[in-house]
Design a protein around this ligand. Structure first.
Ligand SMILES: [Ca+2]
Length: 192
């Protein structure tokens, strides 16, 4: 029923745009029908793209952070081990508003962010984390969500973005308090 409605709407739209000053020929009708089918295929293709399988877009992408105590890339190495001695957690030094971000390489639809918190020590350090998204211009003005915390040991924090959030860069930043250390053992950006 939905398809039939779309077909009729698109067909009518094409008929209006290409209004006839004469009786339409069979060629005109076939031509319009072809354009209508083509439009529908594009609509279906877009819908399919929106509903495709989610994958971790951050895996082994370029990463950056405000200061470095443990390298930022450890958060996208595909290893979620939350024990510091495993050597797979990224961390900043202590500062007021530390941040970490990943470059996904190109713009994607982003559904949610999953953050693995440190498990062997100081999980409460993860608090008041703003997750924002930016396009090519690196203006992090699209808010995905906030984790107020404080985090629990080895917690998998999930921040769900508003529907159809799109961007290339995803940033985590602690926005409240002072003497903050941002430590993340894995950051997965789930999207398409
Ligand atoms: Ca890791």
């Amino acid at each position: 029923m939905y398809l039939l409605t779309v077909l009729l709407l698109v067909f009518c739209a094409h008929s209006n745009v290409h209004g006839y000053e004469r009786e339409p020929t069979t060629y005109d009708l076939i031509s319009n029908l072809t354009r209508s089918v083509s439009s529908i295929l594009h609509i279906l293709k877009d819908e399919k793209a929106d509903n495709g399988p989610l994958k971790n877009l951050a895996y082994k992408r370029e990463t950056y952070q405000s200061t470095t105590f443990a390298t930022s890339g450890k958060a996208v190495d595909g290893i979620s081990n939350s024990q510091w001695v495993a050597g797979s957690c990224a961390s900043t030094h202590s500062e007021q508003h530390p941040y970490w971000y990943v470059d996904l390489g190109k713009e994607h639809i982003i559904e949610r962010i999953r953050i693995t918190n440190r498990g062997d020590c100081c999980p409460e350090r993860l608090h008041d984390v703003d997750v924002t998204v930016a396009g090519h211009d690196k203006r992090f003005d699209a808010v995905c969500g906030t984790f107020s915390g404080p985090g629990k040991a080895s917690e998998k924090v999930v921040v769900q973005c508003p529907k159809r959030t799109k961007g290339r860069y995803v940033r985590l930043q602690i926005t409240k308090g002072s003497n903050n250390v941002l430590t993340v053992c894995e950051v997965e950006v789930m999207g398409r």
